[in-house]
Design a protein around this ligand. Structure first.
Ligand SMILES: [Zn+2]
Length: 598
């Protein structure tokens, strides 16, 4: 992702259909000293031309829950019904009409329609009043057919070789150490995003996405029959780079070309000649999270390649173990979550009891960071995590927000007879039933807000829950120098909910998982599909080296200071909402393969 060169979004004109209209928006504590004008929230988000009727643009599975949202214009008389028509030209015309009703939650200008009972396959369009929605399918492969496109995005992001139709051979001179200047061959891997940098954490996510897809669906992942070799070849390409980033002490470096001073100075094409002035830099820092991600990924690679290339599998496992042995237990919630996942995968790869014990120890530490009591003088929600380490604030993260319960669910699945396994499962249920369910019920779109907060940590809108506890759908804009859309936050919750639906036999988790995915694929206030080449009204990607990439998913819908949604639909080169970023494709593959696993 890009950390510099922020381009301001243009001011929005008056909007017709708001996200927040009359929503009882409250500004508390710090923000109360300088409250933004309430009307600004209404006027700065969704412009008038956005469609009124929005839904999943990839469509629906015949047996899934099906909803449509109608966003009322100010003063508009609400239509009472909507009609679903088969526009595929059936010999006998087909349509059904169902009621529209006020959507539950805190977005009162939205009407909701439900047509879950329609399981007839077809190509449909919905009308209500004078409005119509994007056409959509009901068919068993409605979602599945998007997988090859999402996988192809990773191939297009390859670095260190020519990618036909994308770019000639690149960065064959990567790279030199920032500290010593020593040249080390770290060619290969993937460009992370709309730029050319190779962050280890973000690009290793591509590996997790590909290997989750392989694990959940195996050879069946591509309905065209390309099979596992496509996934494994892609994984092996990325892993060339990851393995080269391991230092002699076993630990791995943070990035190549991330930017020498947090800037964009390494974000350029090079002459492919090592030793010349345009060579890029290796960042020799060794962050805790990157170590656990590396160990987890190598253990997963070992499992995926055991049958087809046992020597490669063993070499990768050995690299992962060297990294694991050189790393201490971390203390923050995010890093502990990756530590648990690493130990679980090492245990799966080796069956050694030591890694089961390590996983359980880290899992206990992670479970202890869950907030199970009434934080902030309220009794509405609990079960979320605290940040851990020196910070006790509630945990949220634009990429890894669902990771703590995901890690405990994996741990319980890997060690089902451990004496603490029921506690880990209970922690996941508490998070889902007393946090995710009530918080996502506040949204007319069924999406999970980004997180909860104590009061207003920054001078902008935080929505009240009860007592001192507040929440935002989107990242605070005044907390740090950057903020961005919540695509990975939502997709990672979809992956969690999909896994939990199977583990706990709760189909309502699966329904909620699809709501998160549907937001990404068009069921949002902009009626915009966030994946290039799928759906309609794709937001304009920020991809200034490779151009548009089929299957690429952008950072997506962010919020302004009023927590009203923002998405670039114009030509402003806005990275915060428009940039491709590897974790979004990774969690898309992870979540969808979880949901499609039979
Ligand atoms: Zn490159």
């Amino acid at each position: 992702m890009v950390g510099a060169g922020i381009v301001r979004l243009p001011e929005r004109p008056m909007q017709r259909r708001s996200f927040l209209l009359g929503s009882g928006l409250a500004v508390v504590s710090a923000a109360a000293q300088n409250p933004p004008p309430r009307q600004e929230a209404v006027e700065s988000a969704t412009p008038a031309e956005e469609p009124a009727l929005v839904l999943s643009q990839v469509g629906f599975l015949p047996q899934s829950r099906k909803t449509v949202t109608y966003r009322l214009a100010s003063g508009e008389a609400p239509p009472e019904t909507f009609t679903v028509r088969d526009i595929g030209g059936p010999p006998k015309p087909f349509s059904i009409t169902r009621p529209l009703a006020q959507a539950p939650g805190d977005v009162p200008n939205c009407l909701a329609g439900d047509f879950t009972d329609l399981d007839r396959e077809g190509y449909y369009q919905i009308t209500a009043g004078d409005e119509r929605c994007a056409p959509f399918f009901i068919r068993p492969d409605a979602w599945r057919r998007t997988l090859p496109k999402a996988v192809s995005y990773h191939h297009a992001q390859r670095c260190g070789m020519a990618v036909p139709n994308i770019h000639p051979a690149c960065h064959l001179d990567d790279a030199r150490r920032r500290d010593t200047g020593e040249h080390i061959d770290v060619t290969g891997g993937w460009h992370d995003a709309g730029d050319l940098r190779k962050w280890m954490d973000a690009t290793m996510m591509a590996g997790f996405g590909l290997l989750r897809l392989a694990r959940h669906l195996g050879d069946r992942w591509d309905l065209a029959g390309s099979g596992l070799p496509v996934l494994l070849d892609e994984m092996r390409w990325g892993n060339r780079y990851f393995l080269k980033m391991q230092d002699k002490d076993g630990r791995v470096w943070a990035d190549t070309a991330g930017g020498v001073n947090g800037d964009n100075s390494d974000n350029h094409w090079t002459d492919n000649q090592a030793g010349t002035a345009d060579d890029r830099y290796i960042n020799p820092a060794k962050p805790a999270m990157v170590q656990s991600m590396f160990a987890a990924l190598q253990a997963m690679v070992a499992q995926a390649f055991t049958a087809s290339d046992p020597d490669y599998a063993q070499a990768c496992l050995a690299a992962g173990l060297r990294c694991w042995e050189a790393t201490e237990d971390p203390s923050t919630t995010r890093d502990l979550s990756w530590r648990v996942l690493a130990a679980v995968e090492l245990h799966r790869a080796t069956r050694h009891a030591q890694y089961a014990a390590d996983a359980a120890r880290s899992g206990q530490a992670l479970a202890a960071l869950q907030i199970t009591g009434p934080l902030g003088s309220q009794k509405k929600v609990r079960g979320f995590w605290e940040t851990g380490g020196p910070r006790s604030a509630p945990y949220w993260d634009p990429v890894y927000s669902a990771l703590p319960p995901m890690a405990l669910l994996e741990l319980a699945a890997a060690l089902p007879s451990h004496q603490e396994a029921s506690r880990w499962r209970d922690a996941v249920r508490l998070y889902l039933d007393e946090y995710v369910a009530p918080m996502s019920a506040r949204s007319a779109y069924g999406i999970m807000p980004l997180g909860v907060f104590l009061g207003s940590p920054t001078a902008e809108v935080y929505r009240p829950i009860e007592g001192e506890l507040t929440y935002r759908y989107f990242m605070p804009t005044r907390q740090r120098s950057w903020w961005l859309g919540t695509t990975s936050h939502l997709e990672s919750h979809a992956a969690l909910l999909g896994a939990a639906a199977r583990a706990f036999h709760k189909p309502e988790y699966r329904d909620l998982a699809f709501r998160q995915m549907e937001w990404v694929m068009g069921h949002n206030p902009f009626g915009a599909c966030l994946m290039t080449g799928e759906g309609w009204r794709n937001s304009v990607p920020y991809s200034r080296f490779a151009g548009p990439l089929a299957g690429g998913i952008v950072n997506g819908i962010a919020g302004n200071a009023q927590d009203a949604p923002i998405l670039q639909m114009e030509y402003g080169n806005d990275w915060r909402t428009g940039e491709y970023w590897t974790p979004h494709n990774a969690f898309y593959l992870w979540a969808l393969s979880q949901l499609e696993e039979a």
